[in-house]
Ligand binder design. Sequence first.
Ligand code: NAI
Length: 320
Amino acid sequence: MSHELRFDGRVVLVTGAGGGLGREYALAFASRGASVVVNDLGGDKKGEGKNSTAADKVVEEIRSCGGKAVADYNSVEEGEKVIQTALDAFGRIDVLINNAGILRDRSFGRTSDHDWDLVHRVHLRGAFKVTRAAWPHMRKQNYGKIIMTSSTSGVLGNFGQANYSAAKLGLVGLSNTLSIEGRKYNIHCNSIVPTAASRLTHGILPSDVMEALRPEYVAPYVVYLCHESCPETGGVFPIAGGWASQLRWQESAGAVLFGKGGSVPSPEMVRDNWVQVTDWSGQKQPKTQGALNFPELLARLEEAKASSMSESSADSMSAN
Ligand code: NAI
């Protein structure tokens, strides 16, 4: 049952593809027939400077194996220019991997405006700009696959990464909404939460872990998620060293609180019932994104209000 997953005729743009994870994605897509745009600004890991060498080297690697690739040296902040490179070289854009990234770690109190803004500009605004530029082309051709690169620091938080974690969880929100808006245009959008050895994790991950978590192990998952046969959209997938899973939100069953006669509950009532609000025993696992299920919520509120009304009339009857 092994039909090779091919990308012949598809155009794939990988941002930040001059090294680390992005390079592995670019090589993997090219080896399966895709025409690849290797975007990389070529700065250092803090986002300073620029250089065309990183992207050029990856393009050279792909071409030397007989693959098709062009380099793009624009910052992802210049989304229109990045997408224009794909259109000029190959005439279309089918797959977009938002991968470019930097770190400017500081404990929260020491985070400067610049540390905050630069990280947001590259990760969140950069992904927005490139994706928005690709969007009308994907809509028109009724096809598109988009990946947003999040992080465990975004999902769980991490000391010293307030700027990065806020941007990285923002990307999950962006991905969730694009998966909803893209559905009718056959545009799929998923988030990944990778962990891999790269210059970003050098000195953070121990050396044996670095060896086990080589970035090439992440690439096959990204390739599958972006293949036309993959139905996934709106998912969040942790991937590391050949292991992968899916994340989703959970919600406790919750509690509806009304004061007597359906009145607004007091803060003391909230305090006294907090255990019920946060009781996980009847947890729900939302399967789809989207707004609250309003009809269900209103029905539950009506029911709870009615019972608080009957309790209060019982109270007043007994008081009489
Ligand atoms: P990396 O530093 O090797 O790759 C990032 C690439 O993005 C670099 O080649 C850099 O030149 C490029 N880049 C930076 N700013 C750019 C800009 N404005 N425009 C275009 N290119 C730009 O790091 P790595 O680890 O491969 O990271 C790839 C992505 O994965 C990043 O978004 C990172 O935040 C994310 N990530 C990585 C994890 C890991 O364990 N390596 C963990 C969680 C997330």
